[in-house]
Unconditional design. Structure first.
Length: 296
């Protein structure tokens, strides 16, 4: 073997522990990607049903159950986008959370700490919107069976309206979900001894409860986002601004079904986010612990 190169008798390269262990950011990236894959793979059928219900074509919703393959239509697009988005979210959120926790004396849970967690989750969600907005639009159009030009065509005002409603939905959802999750998890850890496997169950349960609460309350934004995602260039109203498109959708929903119409698909969304919170935050906690153990 040439001088300076590894031989067959060389020890395995152990520098990865230095690379991975130099920052928790890398662990958060990998764990977030694992959480994103696990969530999309397990819960995509519920998301497909929710999209159908919110689209206003509920009469065709249960046809999906007779053709199971269509329940996973658009799943590949969703997973391809969710992996980098989840990794980016957790990388940003965990970094900010560590900095905020360092400023909190004695680990006390106070109003200021909860507000900081909400801010961390909101900033983390903003960092992923560049990925989530176009991926979500393509995913929901695939779920509805769009093809060809209708799959990608959209007016600039429609895209702007989608960005607006997506930002409102995701920011409000995470500002509710992650503070509730962290407070519940800290309360259980403080009052009950939860270590090892028990801690994973606690993380999953707290994530599920937090997901159901925040998903139900933010359903109106999700409904508006779904309706706008399904507007193609030919179906969108010409000459309207993004704000006018959002207002027009809101008027149509209220005019047809009243205030409760804004919570169309709320039960499916709550179920999806509740179970998703268990899978997403539980698998993130598992992946983070496994990676940290491997490094150490």
């Amino acid at each position: 073997w040439p001088k300076g190169m590894a031989t067959k008798e060389s020890l395995p390269y152990d520098g990865w522990s230095t690379v991975w262990g130099s920052s928790t950011t890398v662990i958060s990236l990998a764990a977030g990607a694992c959480a994103g894959v696990a969530t999309e793979a397990a819960l995509f059928p519920l998301d497909s049903l929710k999209t159908r219900v919110q689209s206003g074509q509920a009469s065709h919703t249960w046809q999906l159950l007779r053709e199971p393959r269509t329940l996973y239509r658009g799943c590949g697009i969703a997973m391809a986008g969710n992996v980098p988005a989840s990794a980016m979210f957790f990388c940003t959120y965990e970094t900010l959370k560590v900095q905020f926790e360092a400023e909190t004396s004695g680990g006390d849970i106070c109003a200021r700490h909860v507000m900081r967690l909400a801010l961390a989750s909101a900033l983390a969600e903003m960092s992923t919107s560049v990925i989530r907005v176009p991926v979500d639009m393509l995913k929901q159009r695939c779920q509805m069976g769009y093809s060809g030009r209708d799959l990608v065509s959209a007016r600039s005002s429609t895209v702007a309206a989608i960005c607006m409603t997506t930002f409102l939905r995701d920011t409000s959802h995470n500002c509710l979900q992650f503070p509730i999750y962290e407070v519940l998890k800290a309360h259980v850890a403080r009052n009950y001894c939860a270590d090892g496997p028990t801690q994973v169950v606690v993380s999953a349960t707290c994530g599920g409860v937090a997901g159901m609460i925040s998903a139900t309350l933010t359903t109106p934004f999700d409904l508006l986002k779904t309706r706008l995602n399904l507007q193609t260039r030919s179906s969108a109203r010409c000459g309207s601004t993004a704000l006018e498109l959002v207002a027009e959708e809101a008027r149509q929903i209220y005019g047809k079904d009243g205030f409760l119409g804004f919570f169309s698909g709320a039960r499916l969304r709550a179920s999806w986010m509740g179970v998703g919170g268990c899978v997403f935050l539980g698998s993130f906690d598992v992946a983070k612990r496994v990676l940290a153990d491997k490094i150490s």
